[in-house]
Design a binder for this molecule. Structure first.
Ligand code: NAD
Length: 495
C-alpha cells in the first residue's frame, strides 16, 4: 500500500535529459535535437526528450532486425522467453511507485488511477503473456492419409508500436508483451508528451535479461520519428493506438512503403445508455460520472454520450451533476484527487473549445465548463456536463478526449439504438437496465467493440479490447492479441 509521504518524496526528484533506447542502451540522436517536456501539474519544464530523426529510427529498426535474425530471442524456447517476461513483471512491480510517479509528472493522470492502470496493469500484462506463450500450439490439418499438413505459428519479425499519451505503460505493455512473448523484436514510439515511463520500462527489460536490440524506444515528434517508423521498409507489423487522423496516415504510409500490416486502436464517442428500469440509479450515476471524468476524460473508452430514457432524465442528470460538481480535481500526485490534469496546454485549449462550441450550438450547460486552478500554472478543467445535445451537434459526433459529457434523451429502445449507433465510432458502450431481454437485445444492436451491462470499465487482461467502424481494427489484450504478432505458416508434407 502506497502512502502520500512516499509519493511526495518523489514529487520533485530531478529527471535527467532522456536519450533514445537502442540496442540495449541509452543513445544520443544523430541530430542532437531535444524537446522540452512540460509537466501538466504546474506547467514547468520537467526534462527533455530526444527528437529522433529518420536515421535514429533506421538504427533502431536495424538493431531490432539484427536481434531477430540472430535467433537469440525469436528462436528461444517459449519457456525461456516466459522466464524473462516474468522477470520484467517482477521489476515493474519493484519499481511500481517510481514508474507511476514519473508517468504522472509527464501526463497528469491522478496517481490513484495511475498506480492501478499503469505499472499495476503493465506487470499483469507481462505475466499474462509470459504464461500464455508456452501454451499456444500449432495445428495438424485433417488431410488425406498420404500427406501431412502442419500449421505453424511464427513471430512476424520487427513490430513497430506507436502509442498515445494516455496510459502509456498500460497501452505500451498491451503491445510489447504479446509481441515479445511471440518472439518478435519491437521498436516503440511513445507519444511526445508521455515517453518517460516507457523509456524506463525499456531499461528494466534489459535488466530482466531481454537481449539487446529486442526492444528499442525512439522518442520525438510523430510527424518525424513516427512517420519514419511507419514508412520503414523493414518493419513487418505496425500496431497503433491513437487518433483516427493519424491512423489514416499510417494506412497511407503502409501503402506507400512495404504494405506492412497495420492494426489501429482509435478513438470513440461511446454511448452510456440508461433505461428507466435500471435497478439502481445512484449506482448508475456514480459509475457514469467516473466513466467519463476519471483521468479528466482522457480515456479512449470514456462514456462521453449519456443517453437517458426520458422518464428518468431529470433525476439522473441531477445525480451525475452533483457527483461531477463534488469531484476533487487537481494535484495529480495527491492520493485524494479523483481527476488529475489535462495532459497539455494544447489539449486543455481544445477541450475548452469543444465546451464553448457546445454552448454556441445550443446545448445547455449543467455544470463546469471552465478552466480551474490556473494559479498553479497547471492544466485543469472542471468536470463538465451539457444537456439537450442533439445528434447534429459537434459534441454528439466528435471525440473530445476531455472531461465533457453530452446528454441526449430517448423515448424507447429503437431510438436508443439509433442514437447509440449514430456516430462514426464503435469502441465502447454501456447499457443500464434490470431487464435481461433488453440487455441482450442491446448487446446485439449496439455497434461497439465492448458493451458493458450495469457497469462501466473492465480492465481485465483476459478480454479483447478493440473497436469497430472508425474506432479501428484488431484487438489488444487477451489471447487474440497474439494473432497480430504471429504469422501462420503451412508445411505440406508428402508421406
Ligand atoms: P495521436 O494520434 O495524436 O498520437 C498517437 C501517436 O501517434 C503518438 O505517439 C504520436 O507521436 C504519433 N503520431 C502522430 N503523428 C504521426 C505521424 N504522422 N506518423 C506516425 N506517428 C504519428 O493520439 P493522442 O493524442 O496521443 O491520443 C489520443 C487518441 O488516442 C484519442 O483519439 C484516443 O481515443 C486514442 N486512444 C485509443 C485507445 C484504444 O484502445 N482504442 C486507447 C487510448 C487512446
Amino acid at each position: 500500500m502506497v502512502d502520500q509521504a512516499q509519493i511526495d518524496a518523489l514529487r520533485s526528484v530531478p529527471v535527467p535529459p532522456q536519450d533514445l533506447f537502442i540496442d540495449g542502451a541509452r543513445t544520443a540522436s544523430g541530430r542532437c535535437q531535444n524537446r522540452s517536456i512540460v509537466t501538466p501539474i504546474d506547467g514547468t519544464i520537467l526534462t527533455t526528450i530526444t527528437e529522433a530523426d529518420a536515421g535514429d529510427v533506421d538504427r533502431a529498426v536495424k538493431a531490432a532486425r539484427r536481434a531477430f535474425d540472430s535467433g537469440i530471442w525469436s528462436r528461444a524456447a517459449p519457456a525461456e522467453r516466459k522466464k524473462v517476461l516474468h522477470r520484467i513483471a517482477d521489476l515493474i512491480e519493484a519499481h511500481q511507485l517510481e514508474l507511476a510517479v514519473l508517468g504522472v509528472r509527464d501526463n497528469g493522470t491522478e496517481i490513484g488511477m495511475a498506480l492501478r492502470a499503469e505499472p499495476g496493469s503493465a506487470a499483469g500484462t507481462f505475466r499474462y503473456y509470459a504464461e500464455a506463450i508456452d501454451k499456444v500450439y500449432g495445428e495438424i490439418a485433417p488431410t488425406a492419409e498420404n500427406v501431412l499438413g502442419l500449421v505453424h505459428r511464427e513471430p512476424v519479425g520487427v513490430v513497430a508500436a506507436i502509442v498515445p499519451w494516455n496510459f502509456p505503460l498500460m497501452i505500451g505493455a498491451w503491445k510489447i508483451a504479446p509481441a515479445l512473448a511471440a518472439g518478435n523484436s519491437v521498436v516503440l514510439k511513445p507519444a511526445e508528451i508521455a515517453s518517460l515511463s516507457l523509456l524506463r520500462l525499456a531499461e528494466l527489460c534489459t535488466e530482466a535479461g531481454l537481449p539487446d536490440g529486442v526492444l528499442n524506444v525512439v522518442t520525438g515528434e510523430g510527424a518525424v520519428a513516427g512517420e519514419a517508423l511507419a514508412m520503414h521498409m523493414d518493419v513487418d507489423v505496425l500496431a497503433f493506438t491513437g487518433s483516427g487522423a493519424v491512423g489514416r496516415k499510417l494506412l497511407e504510409y503502409s501503402a506507400r512503403s512495404n504494405l506492412k500490416r497495420v492494426y489501429l486502436e482509435l478513438g470513440g464517442k461511446s454511448p452510456n445508455i440508461v433505461f428507466a428500469d435500471a435497478a439502481d440509479l445512484d449506482q448508475a450515476a456514480k459509475v457514469s460520472a467516473f466513466g467519463i471524468f476519471r483521468n479528466s476524460g482522457q480515456v479512449c473508452v470514456a462514456g462521453s454520450r449519456l443517453l437517458v430514457q426520458r422518464s428518468v432524465h431529470d433525476v439522473l442528470v441531477e445525480k451525475i451533476a452533483e457527483i461531477a460538481a463534488g469531484m476533487i480535481v487537481g494535484d495529480p500526485l495527491s492520493l485524494t484527487t479523483q481527476a488529475g490534469a489535462i495532459s497539455s496546454a494544447a489539449q486543455l485549449e481544445k477541450t475548452l473549445g469543444y465546451a464553448a462550441q457546445a454552448a454556441d450550438q445550443g446545448a445547455r450547460l449543467v455544470t463546469g465548463g471552465s478552466r480551474i486552478l490556473e494559479e498553479t500554472g497547471g492544466f485543469y478543467m472542471q468536470p463538465t456536463i451539457f444537456d439537450g445535445v442533439t445528434p447534429d451537434m459537434t459534441l454528439a459526433r466528435e471525440e473530445v478526449f476531455g472531461p465533457v459529457l453530452g446528454v441526449m434523451t430517448f423515448e424507447d429502445e429503437d431510438e436508443a439504438v439509433r442514437l447509440a449507433n449514430s456516430t462514426v465510432y464503435g469502441l465502447a458502450s454501456a447499457i443500464w437496465t434490470s431487464n435481461l431481454s433488453t440487455a441482450h437485445r442491446m448487446i446485439r444492436a449496439v455497434r461497439a467493440g465492448v458493451v458493458h451491462v450495469n457497469t462501466y470499465g473492465g480492465p481485465d487482461i483476459t478480454v479483447p479490447l478493440g473497436g469497430v467502424k472508425q474506432s479501428g481494427n484488431g484487438h489488444d489484450k487477451s489471447l487474440h492479441a497474439l494473432d497480430k504478432y504471429t504469422d501462420l505458416k503451412t508445411a505440406w508434407i508428402q508421406l
